[in-house]
Write a protein that binds this ligand. Structure first.
Ligand SMILES: *Cc1c(COP(=O)(O)O)cnc(C)c1O
Length: 435
């Protein structure tokens, strides 16, 4: 009763609140399973911190060249421990996920080499990195070619096409774990492992890089446990735990990571330079919190799928499916519905709650994009956010939430806005809905 009043004060009607509670009643078991995975992953992070004897000296700030930055070097050992890799590069100088991927690709591909994506088109921003869309300084400009094998109509890997695409010049295979702005399913770690093994059986010396954005700590294994040579991601997504204000990571073999370090700083300098600028407390503590934060975000994603699927909207993943990342795509079918949904997410935010999100042209994307985010860290998508390109099928991609309660409020507010704008009519007896 008290809670209901609080939701009312926050802008959620009694009707919307009741609908949410009826949906939640059916999700307890799934939430328990998420908590168990988070518990395992918390242990994994703790073990890596203990093995590397993390102590207060590792939190000291360095400036300038950052020589002998023990905090930075030890954080990289901790990441290598968590991802079970030989080496890691974890830096505030990696400005975002796209940058981390660019470093990993350009460090490990030379003129004349070919990059292969065996599972369809990569994330939007990578199109310019690779040169699929013309851009200055693309890999294409440097003489690296690109090949792609599309998924079969049922979403599975086209092994014949992949086999045919691998040739003498194929140097690196890029596999994107999360769906990005596509409506294909996210790949499981097991599927990525299978694809990695297949590519290496065709060409044993080929390197495999996995774009691990949004996938970290969702399950208990990572693609690096399944033979990937590099896993790459952003610290303003899962592994930063909401506390990292910038940064990216590349975990992998010593050989690959060393090249990445030379590419990021300079040949000859590599991992030796790069001041931490006082960010070590946020990086360590964010990684420590990440399994719990990811669990909250997953609960939000599952709640959203169950709310919207019962209202007739198509959801990827659907209401019942296992999760391999924290993204929830909801196909809303119109520009107006996308805007209403995003208004609700925005209104639920701790920061900028009074702002109205509008579609606009974003660098790196080829259609207008709408984004709702009221984040402590600009653009952070481990914080509650929703976005999507304004193009058919008019799907919003919902993700994040530093706490489950905030994710829940965001979803209820999105529904509230859809109800208020007349796009959604709630059924009278949500308890009797058949799921
Ligand atoms: C977010 C994301 C990226 C790019 O990361 P930015 O930090 O936005 O540059 C790349 N790939 C996938 C799958 C992503 O989700």
């Amino acid at each position: 009763m008290e809670l209901e009043k609080m939701y009312k004060a926050l802008g959620v009607s009694q009707e919307v609140y009741a609908y949410g509670e009826a949906i939640l009643a059916g999700l307890r078991e799934r939430f328990d399973a998420i908590d168990q995975r988070a518990e395992y992953n918390q242990g994994k992070v703790l073990a890596a911190m203990q093995e590397n004897r993390v102590n207060a000296t590792h939190f000291a700030a360095t400036t300038g060249y950052g020589y002998d930055d023990e905090g930075r070097d030890n954080l990289e050992r901790v990441y290598a421990g968590v991802f079970h890799t030989e080496a890691a590069l974890v830096r505030p100088q990696i400005t975002c996920g796209t940058h981390a991927l660019t470093v990993a690709l350009s460090a490990n591909l030379l003129p004349g080499d070919e990059l292969l994506s065996p599972a369809g088109a990569p994330y939007d921003t990578l199109e310019e990195v690779i040169g699929i869309r013309e851009s200055k300084c693309s890999l294409k400009e440097y003489g690296v070619t690109y090949a792609q094998a599309d998924l079969l109509p049922d979403g599975s890997f086209d092994y014949d096409a992949i086999h045919a695409a691998i040739n003498g010049r194929t140097k690196l295979i890029t596999i994107q774990r999360s769906k990005g702005y596509a409506t294909r399913p996210t790949f499981s770690v097991a599927q990525i492992g299978e694809l990695t093994a297949f590519c290496k059986s065709v060409k044993p010396d080929v390197k495999v890089m996995v774009d691990n954005c949004y996938g970290e700590f969702v399950v208990t294994l990572e693609p690096s446990d399944m033979g990937a040579d590099m896993v790459v991601g952003s610290l303003i997504k899962n592994p930063g735990g909401g506390l990292a204000p910038i940064g990216g990571y590349i975990c992998g073999t010593k050989e690959c990571v060393e090249r990445c370090a030379y590419r990021l700083s300079a040949p000859g300098l590599g991992q030796e330079v790069g001041a931490n600028l006082g960010l070590m407390p946020a990086f360590y503590q964010g990684l420590f919190l990440s399994p719990t934060v990811v669990a909250g975000a997953l609960k939000g994603a599952i709640f959203a799928a169950n709310v919207y699927e019962t209202l007739g909207f198509s959801c990827v993943p659907n209401a019942q499916e296992e999760r391999h990342d924290i993204i929830q795509a909801v196909t809303l079918g119109s520009r107006e519905a996308m805007i209403a949904f995003c208004k609700g997410i925005q209104a639920a935010a701790p920061v900028d709650s009074y702002v109205t999100p509008e579609p606009w042209a974003m660098p790196g994307y080829d259609s207008d994009v709408i984004m709702a985010a009221g984040a402590f860290v600009q653009g952070s998508s481990i914080e509650l956010s929703a976005d999507g390109p304004i193009r058919p099928p008019y799907a919003v991609y919902f993700q994040g939430g530093l706490t489950w309660y905030h994710a829940k409020l965001g979803i209820l507010m999105s529904l509230q806005k859809l109800v208020e704008s007349g796009i959604v009519k709630l059924p009278q007896n949500p308890g009797t809905q058949s799921l």
